[in-house]
Design a protein around this ligand. Structure first.
Ligand code: GCO
Ligand code: MG
Length: 412
């Protein structure tokens, strides 16, 4: 099992994806997702220019050693580009090892802890009727937990709201919410925290009145609030019994969450932009969160995210892995194997990909009665069709950014 080929494949079926494909001298192949939304080519360069030359000739069986070598020998540690590149290598090696063992990856990780993974989908609407329709559509698709994002009076373009117009202008595909847009410049969105804080509790009240008390509801504040605003939001949403409130503050200031926690019992989820266990050190040890949002793709792969989740488990903190459309089917498959095997699984975010993406990445996962399962094919269960991938060259795309009414740039 010597690595003798390493290819970095960039394809843009419905959006950009970066995939690492490793091939061993005995013909086994492994895939890893290295997609970093809006900054894809930096990871391509990191892999092609600096990592691929180090992989050729290495023993593919030595996953932990390769992880430590890539992390420690670079000297410049952590960061989204580095950790996405290491994640891609790590997942590709786990894929190869599981194929060599003739097992689906979750078996190699210790076997299933449950029959399937509870997943949540994204309902959104500018106004309540549109939002209610979106919730109903998700229930019809089988979702048993639903994220709620709503328009805010006075704001025109805001995070989390699906828009047909946007996708006609983009790839012609309507995802529930896909923020990155093709083009030479990032789109500008609007923000006003006071208007949002006034409006959101009324939305949750209306949704609870319409759909009853049982449906698990989630919400993403997308890093926009100050600690005291986040505390107020958490408290004002308590009557509506959220499954979680996500990214209430820009949590690279881990201490901010002490203040939020002091004021609210709404469960908190954080971490989709984190990439190592060090980003979680204080908030896990001090029990300032309830769910870890990191994706396998952005957190150093199966090897490192498992370490984060094992640390979290000591504090009854659960997984809530990031699963938007910018996590490729390869990254999603890795998440499903890990989620099935760990004891402290909480919930999996699930935004289905478009038809073109599914033709590039052929998958074995199943979606049944609100539960995801990675399937039984040896490895992670994804095959990359290089002919299909070749049809869709990279297209420049950016995530949007926010400005306040007076023109100040705000956290997006
Ligand atoms: C989520 C996320 C996404 C991100 C996107 C950025 O909770 O799913 O916040 O919507 O904005 O993944 O690339
Ligand atoms: Mg989020």
């Amino acid at each position: 099992m010597i690595i003798d080929r390493a290819e970095v494949v960039v394809t843009s079926p419905d959006r950009n994806f970066v995939t690492l494909k490793l091939t061993t001298d005995d013909g086994l192949t492994g895939l890893g997702d290295a997609t970093l939304n809006g900054r894809e080519l930096s990871v391509v360069s990191y892999l092609r220019d600096h990592v691929v030359p180090l992989l050729l000739g290495r023993d593919a069986a030595r996953i932990e050693d390769t992880w430590q070598f890539l992390y420690r020998s670079a000297y410049w540690r952590r960061g989204p580009v580095t950790m996405a590149a290491i994640a891609a290598v790590d997942v590709a090696l786990w894929d190869i090892k599981a194929k060599a063992a003739g097992m689906p990856l979750y078996q190699l990780l210790g076997g299933a802890c449950r029959s399937g993974l509870l997943a949540y989908g994204h309902a959104s609407g500018k106004e309540l009727p549109e939002l209610f329709d979106s919730v109903r559509e998700h229930q019809e698709q089988g979702f048993r937990a639903i994220r709620i994002q709503s328009g805010v009076p006075g704001l025109v373009n805001i995070y989390g709201i699906a828009s047909n117009a946007r996708f006609e202008a983009n790839a012609g595909v309507r995802y529930d919410h896909e923020p990155a847009q093709r083009g030479a410049l990032p789109a500008e969105e609007d923000w006003d925290s006071r208007a949002y804080l006034r409006h959101l509790p009324t939305v949750f009240e209306a949704v609870r009145n319409e759909f009853g008390p049982e449906l698990p509801l989630l919400h993403d504040a997308h890093h926009r609030l100050t600690p005291i605003q986040a505390a107020r939001l958490g408290r004002s949403l308590e009557p509506y019994d959220l499954f979680w409130l996500e990214d209430c503050t820009p949590a690279e200031n881990q201490e901010a969450l002490r203040l939020v926690r002091r004021h609210t019992v709404t469960p908190l989820a954080i971490g989709e932009v984190f990439n190592t266990v060090w980003d979680y050190q204080q908030i896990i040890r001090e029990q300032l969160i309830d769910y870890v949002r990191s994706a396998v793709t952005h957190t150093g792969g199966i090897t490192h995210l498992r370490r984060v989740l094992d640390f979290a488990a000591q504090y009854q903190i659960k997984s809530g892995m990031h699963g938007p459309t910018d996590i490729s089917p390869v990254g999603m498959a890795a998440a499903l194997h890990l989620g099935l095997a760990i004891h402290n699984f909480g919930i999996q975010e699930y935004m289905p990909h478009g038809a073109k993406t599914n033709a590039v990445f052929r998958q074995t996962f199943t979606w049944d009665n609100g539960l995801l399962h990675p399937g039984e094919q040896p490895g992670i269960g994804v095959d990359l069709d290089l002919d299909e991938a070749g049809k869709y060259p990279y297209a420049q795309a950016y995530l949007p950014f926010n400005r306040l009414a007076d023109g100040t740039v705000h956290d997006w």
